[in-house]
Design a protein around this ligand. Structure first.
Ligand code: LLP
Length: 434
């Protein structure tokens, strides 16, 4: 939120650094992350769940330096692709605490997961059989010696529970593509018993993202513990119970009032988890996979005003569009804004802030009350740390922006602005067209 950041002489400050200096130095659009906010959020999460494994959801923001912070904080990671796995390992995240999730993994991804020694959450029985085949083939080709490697797997259960969030990011509904229905999950585990080198060790679920009303986690935890009981009956020893991520953050003042926090989540689910474990006489570890909560409000997107236009309504055209931050266009998400160089501006006007992309839907904020905006001003877009850069694209042939990390008075570039060669670098003109 905006309260995370200070104002000095009318301009917006991140850590001890004036955003206008950052813009002079690194240009726009620019993602600016305050490391201290991330560290505080991690700390709070750890304190609320002292005995759990926290697997940061890399998809929220997989910049190498961000993943490095997670590694330094001894967090694990939920990865959803070979690329995220590669990055998590590169950042030094402990492989024991990496879970490879995903609903459509390739044989290559499964093979990479096994060879990297990370755990895998299987999304279907088909995926189990693909994994078995991959393990057989890898043995034949000397990928690893027979019996030397075992795959430790979870299954993702889809509990069929609805949550109050944007329908595109609710993942535990009966119509969602993720996971195995509750009534079929025990059978899926039974199938693993056919394979000596595939060991079921955990159960996974993730009911959605940006969850503000956390009550559905209660039912999810009950469901998970109920399944764990059934699995123990068939001889499956569950060592990990993973309730996923999804804890929401406030994007506006209204949400501020009802925003959850890790402590509230802990007091809702821990008693069910602990009672369940006591009843069954088992001691599995609880896993959580927060993404947005840890990084969402740590980051501001700075974008420069190219033009102000008094048309049928007042438009402010900036240099970041849905190529840089897709959330408003994709989910109608609200991101608070300010004019970074006019933080004390009094006279206000209503503007619609639009990007440079050749589509009418390229709107970052509609009808926003801001101090009078002029060409050259810098608009700050808040809460851009989760699913901001990580969902960016080169649409319209636009180079992706730079990212900087601020810690107090220290500023570091953590991703260079792209150049034209990043746009055409992978393209090839066939000789017949030369
Ligand atoms: N675990 C799994 C298996 C997930 O699929 C996700 C997010 C998470 C953890 C982390 O969820 P979080 O704590 O960040 O809510 N692009 C959307 C959000 C998509 C979330 C996808 N899965 C957005 O911008 O709102």
């Amino acid at each position: 939120m905006r309260e995370n950041f200070k104002i000095k002489s009318g301009s917006l400050v991140v850590g001890d650094i004036d955003t206008l200096d950052l813009v002079d130095r690194f240009g726009t659009p620019l993602y600016v992350t305050d490391e201290r906010i991330i560290r505080e959020k991690i700390d709070r999460f750890k304190k609320a769940f002292p005995f759990a494994d926290i697997l940061y959801a890399a998809k929220a923001n997989w910049n190498l330096s961000i993943l490095r912070i997670m590694a330094r904080e001894n967090l694990g990671s939920d990865v959803f692709s070979d690329g995220e796995l590669y990055m998590a390992l590169l950042a030094g995240i402990n492989r024991e605490k990496i879970l490879f999730n995903g609903n459509s993994k390739t044989s290559e991804e499964l093979s990479m997961a096994i060879k990297s020694g990370v755990k895998i959450s299987l999304d279907s029985e088909d995926e189990l059989f693909t994994l078995a085949k991959v393990m057989e083939e890898d043995k034949d080709t000397g990928g690893f010696s027979k019996g030397a490697k075992k795959a430790e797997v979870f299954f993702r259960v889809n509990p069929g529970i609805s949550v109050d969030t944007h329908p595109k990011i609710a993942t535990g509904l009966i119509k969602s593509k993720f996971g195995i229905p509750t009534d079929k999950i025990v059978d899926a585990y039974k199938k693993t018993l056919e394979f000596d080198d595939i060991v079921p060790v955990g159960i996974h679920s993730h009911i959605g993202s940006q969850i503000l009303d956390i009550s559905p986690y209660k039912e999810t935890m009950e469901r998970l513990m109920d399944i764990v009981g059934k699995l123990e009956e068939i001889g499956v020893d569950i060592k990990y119970v993973d309730i996923g991520g999804g804890l929401g953050i406030p994007y506006n003042a209204e949400e501020e009032k009802k925003a959850p926090n890790p402590e509230k989540l802990a007091s809702l689910i821990m008693p069910i988890f602990e009672d369940g474990c006591n009843e069954l006489g088992i001691r599995p570890r609880l896993i959580l996979e927060p993404g947005r909560y840890l990084v969402g409000d740590s980051t501001i997107l700075l974008t420069r005003v190219n033009a102000v236009k008094d048309a049928y309504k007042k438009f402010v055209a900036v240099d970041a569009g849905f190529n840089v931050l897709i959330r408003p266009a994709m989910y109608g998400s609200y991101h608070e804004m300010a004019v970074a160089n006019k933080m004390n501006g009094v006279t206000k006007e209503t503007y619609t802030i639009v990007g440079p992309i050749c589509e009418s839907g390229d709107i970052l904020g509609e009808d926003r009350l801001l101090p009078v905006v002029e060409k050259g001003d810098i608009i700050a877009i808040f809460n851009a740390g989760a699913y901001g850069f990580s969902m960016s694209s080169q649409y319209n042939g636009r180079k992706r922006p730079a990212e900087v990390l601020v810690n107090g008075d220290k500023v570091d570039l953590i991703r260079d602005r792209e150049t034209y060669s990043d746009i055409y670098g992978n393209m090839v003109i066939p000789p017949r067209l030369l």
